[in-house]
Design a protein around this ligand. Structure first.
Ligand code: FMN
Length: 223
């Protein structure tokens, strides 16, 4: 456990992990995760849930085809349904992913999973957006192939250093099928605009990207 790891170190260390050891997460870490989830649920008006036994959430043939074999535990990303739910799930869910990395755990965001088997509590008016596999990986994953900063930005050459740092961290963000279909625009009055160009799960991606951009730039992005 390396709780001293800072957010940038956690971003650099994190990669999607699709093969897990069967070991359960120790009680001490489960308690820390649950405490973090309570905090994030409050800030993001969400109902993220740690489900200790992932059961057959990932046992479908489709998951195996995508490489995600199994995971001992899962986080169900649920929240009060609204237009911005997907983006909030991405933003606060990624904060949890980075926290898990600091605890020495591995994760994989997973849009493909068995919605019936996950065992999430979904109250009236709530929606289950996505899942996050969590546990101890058999390996630590590898860096993804990435677009360049020029491909994902619209900014003048004299954009400030903080913007460039934000983009650098945004390019390390997980996105569905590694699509990286987002655009980050810098306005001369120091404004930053995020544009979603994806056909699927683009708003979840955008929330994740905003989380990384904030860490890199040290600036608050409205979410
Ligand atoms: C919204 C979202 C959905 C994803 N869904 C799946 C999935 O269903 N199965 C899977 O194996 N990986 C899934 N991933 C993981 C991506 O494939 C992965 O983040 C991407 O390839 C970049 O690699 P990295 O996370 O190692 O940086 C998903 C990622 C995101 C952000």
């Amino acid at each position: 456990m390396n709780i001293e790891m800072n957010d940038i170190e956690a971003i650099l260390a994190r990669h999607s992990v699709r093969n897990y050891l069967p070991d359960r997460i120790e009680d001490e870490k489960v308690n820390l995760l649950k405490r973090k989830i309570d905090e994030l649920n409050l800030s993001g008006n969400l109902h993220l849930q740690f489900i200790e036994d992932a059961g057959s959430t990932y046992n479908r043939l489709l998951n195996r085809a995508m490489g995600l074999g199994s995971a001992p535990s899962v986080i169900a990303c649920v929240g009060a349904d609204s237009d911005d739910l997907d983006q909030r799930v991405g933003y606060y869910g990624e904060k949890l992913v980075l926290y898990a990395q600091k605890l020495g755990l591995n994760t994989c965001w997973a849009g493909t999973f068995n919605r019936r088997n996950i065992g999430a509590e979904i109250a009236d008016g709530e929606r289950l957006v996505i899942s996050i596999a969590i546990g101890y990986g058999k390996e630590q994953g590898t860096p993804h192939k990435s677009k360049t900063a020029e491909q994902v930005t619209e900014a003048s050459d004299d954009a400030p250093e903080w913007f460039k740092k934000g983009v650098e961290m945004a390019l390390l963000a997980p996105t569905a099928v590694n699509q990286q279909k987002f655009l980050i625009k810098y306005g001369s009055d120091e404004t930053v605009e995020f544009v979603d160009k994806a056909m699927m799960l683009g708003q979840v991606d955008l929330g994740i990207v905003k989380c990384h951009f904030e860490i890199g730039s040290g600036r608050d992005m409205a979410i």
